[in-house]
Design a protein around this ligand. Structure first.
Ligand code: M6R
Length: 607
């Protein structure tokens, strides 16, 4: 939520700020703005809508020092007056996060004569810094002291036209990193924004504050203690964040899944066995003492958790629960110190998942595993064990390759737990590993269904509702299919375990309600077929994703597409792919903004 870029350099930095914002637009895209230091003071440009509009509006702006922001509204509607940067006197501030005590700060500062011009929590930071600067020796000290009064989460970047040539940045709870180069120093919410100028990145810790000038950076803690943070050379390829020949990031990311899976599974190498060490050095000892698993996640990541529950109980014999992070963190639950807490998150910075993890730890559950796509993220850093999926940067708001790589990682966890619990013989283990290794090829074949799916997508364009059905380990895949469709095509979609249909949702079925069914050739196929007959008997139109050998025939009102091969336990990883393609093509037909659906943002770093 919200993206920040800041720069202090020896050349004009406006193009760097704008290009950085374009890279961060996935984090929020309802308005954008920048502020630079010019001879006349702070020059601020803001616009409602996309970064492209800011680019036009700032075409004549030049400076060597500046800050920029792309917004996902929390406090105050998307409008120019609420867009960042916010200004107080000679100070301009951009902010990602939520300041929980902004009302009391606003009251206090208003009483001291500060005039507020927006509805945002951020503006109180600008006024607080300006007020603090009256008695502080310089901007760095003022920001440091002001941050100590902030309650909540923030990554901020601050400039002062009275002290040109420097940017002060600080973080607590929201991501922020520095980029170092010979011609200037930069800060941003993630590395992709800075690859245009440098690969040398410094990840700030919570409670760090830094001063950037063209010549160097200084980092201290909020109490003033100097700290050294290591420089990482980013391995992120510039191509990984480019669209290339694709029309949308979602399309690119769907088609990157074979490679993303191959990269994620590379850790298994050519081996016939799998070792707990893939989850961290302490894994063997820690997992030996685990008697249950609790998965905490949100959105798509929770769907990978629900799928894994079927695997973990069936193959490893370990009791497993999955909880939506925002529910778990606020409910009174019964802690189990022997339970492994698995936090799943693409970004590793989702506020609810992070808070749920911390809540679980506060309850004395300290066996923790992070399953994330971003190695330096907060969730990874706060867990004892970790597994980094190697999906590569996921930019489209709708999660695709992050999901399938999470599933692959969770299957690895299942195999490790099964070995630890002595539920897995060597032959079965080696067979599963072979199947995993073949996954990229199998997914590639499923992607070949795209042209048939495009034809189906046409029929969804005028629909307002859709039902998704699945059974067993494919029920979470139905959930994921429904989430994808509603997220990017704005068609209302619900998912049900097919057996639940007759307990209520069947009342919705008529010719206007497409029913999408996942029908792999597994032990539940006959049961599912009976459920589909119930739909047919009520005039419902069925769209069935079957396997090559599922005995389901197309007929009047029953459309069938067959996946090339049946994939046993790992079938959910294949069956989600046509659902991703379906929602993508329905969105194209409907003309929605696929990569930036309305009201959403990629990383949900606020509650
Ligand atoms: O980064 P995370 O995996 O923690 O994000 C969780 C959800 O916000 C995310 O999966 C969301 O549901 C996606 N937009 C779904 O496509």
């Amino acid at each position: 939520m919200c993206g920040i870029v800041a720069a202090a350099a020896s050349k004009n930095i406006v193009p760097v700020l704008v290009e950085g914002l374009k890279r961060l637009e996935y984090r929020g895209y309802d308005s954008a703005g920048l502020a630079v230091i010019s001879a006349a003071g702070i020059e601020r440009v803001r616009s409602v809508g996309r970064v492209a509009e800011l680019e036009t509006a700032s075409a004549s702006t030049r400076s060597v020092t500046g800050i920029a922001h792309t917004r996902w509204a929390t406090h105050g509607v998307p409008s120019e007056r609420n867009a960042h940067p916010h200004v107080s006197g000679s100070i301009a501030v951009v902010h990602n996060g939520i300041i929980e005590n902004y009302e009391s700060l606003r009251n206090e500062l208003s009483a001291r004569g500060h005039v507020f011009t927006s509805d945002t929590d951020t503006e109180s930071i600008a006024h607080l810094i300006e007020a603090t600067l009256q008695t502080a020796p310089d901007l760095f000290a003022a920001v440091r002291l002001a941050c100590r009064r902030l309650v909540g989460a923030y990554a901020i970047a601050v400039i002062d036209h009275q002290q040109p040539g420097k940017v002060i940045v600080a973080r607590e709870g929201s991501p922020l990193l520095l980029g170092l180069s010979d011609t200037g120093n930069y800060a941003a919410s993630d590395a992709s924004a800075l690859l245009q100028v440098t690969r040398n990145m410094v990840y700030l810790e919570n409670g760090d504050i830094a001063e950037l000038t063209a010549a160097g950076v200084k980092i201290t803690r909020l109490d003033g203690t100097p700290v050294d943070r290591p420089v990482h050379v980013s391995q992120l390829s510039a191509a990984a964040v480019e669209l290339g020949n694709y029309q949308h990031y979602m399309q690119k990311e769907i088609f990157e899944q074979p490679e993303a899976l191959a990269n994620t599974l590379e850790i298994v190498g050519g081996s016939k066995t799998i070792q707990p060490g893939i989850f961290g050095a302490e894994a063997a000892n820690l997992l030996a003492d685990v008697d249950a698993i609790l998965i905490l996640a949100c959105g798509t990541s929770s769907h990978s958790g629900y799928t894994a529950r079927y695997w973990l109980e069936a193959i490893a014999g370990v009791p497993c629960n999955v909880e939506i992070a925002s529910e778990y963190r606020y409910r009174t639950s019964v802690p189990n110190p022997k339970q492994l807490i698995v936090a799943i998150s693409q970004s590793g910075e989702t506020a609810d998942t992070l808070a749920a993890l911390r809540h679980a730890k506060r309850l004395g559950q300290n066996k923790t595993l992070a399953l994330c796509n971003v190695p330096e993220s907060a969730i990874v850093r706060e867990c004892v064990l970790r597994f980094i999926t190697r999906a590569g940067p996921e930019i489209g708001v709708a999660s695709t390759k992050a999901f399938t790589t999470q599933l692959a990682a969770l299957f690895l966890l299942t195999l490790v737990m099964a070995k630890v619990k002595q539920k897995l013989g060597p032959a079965q283990e080696s067979a599963y590993i072979d199947q995993l290794r073949h996954l990229p090829v199998a997914v590639n074949k499923v992607l070949e269904l795209e042209s048939d799916i495009k034809v189906w997508a046409q029929r969804f364009a005028d629909k307002h509702h859709a039902l998704f059905l699945g059974r067993g380990r494919h029920y979470p895949i139905a959930l994921e299919g429904a989430l994808k469709l509603k997220e990017i095509s704005y068609i209302h979609a619900e998912a049900y375990p097919a057996g639940e249909l007759k307990h209520g949702p069947l009342a919705l079925v008529d010719a206007d309600m497409p029913v999408i069914s996942i029908a792999p050739n597994d032990q539940l196929l006959d049961k599912l077929k009976s459920n589909l007959k119930e739909v047919q008997a009520r005039g419902g139109e069925l769209y069935v994703f079957a396997d090559a050998d599922s005995e389901i025939a197309a007929s009047e009102g029953v459309h069938v597409l067959r996946l090339p091969e049946h994939y046993g336990e790992l079938s959910p990883i294949l069956h989600v792919v046509p659902l991703q393609l379906l929602s993508y093509h329905v969105a194209l037909v409907k003309g929605t903004d696929v990569d930036k659906p309305r009201n959403l943002a990629k990383s949900v770093t606020v509650e």
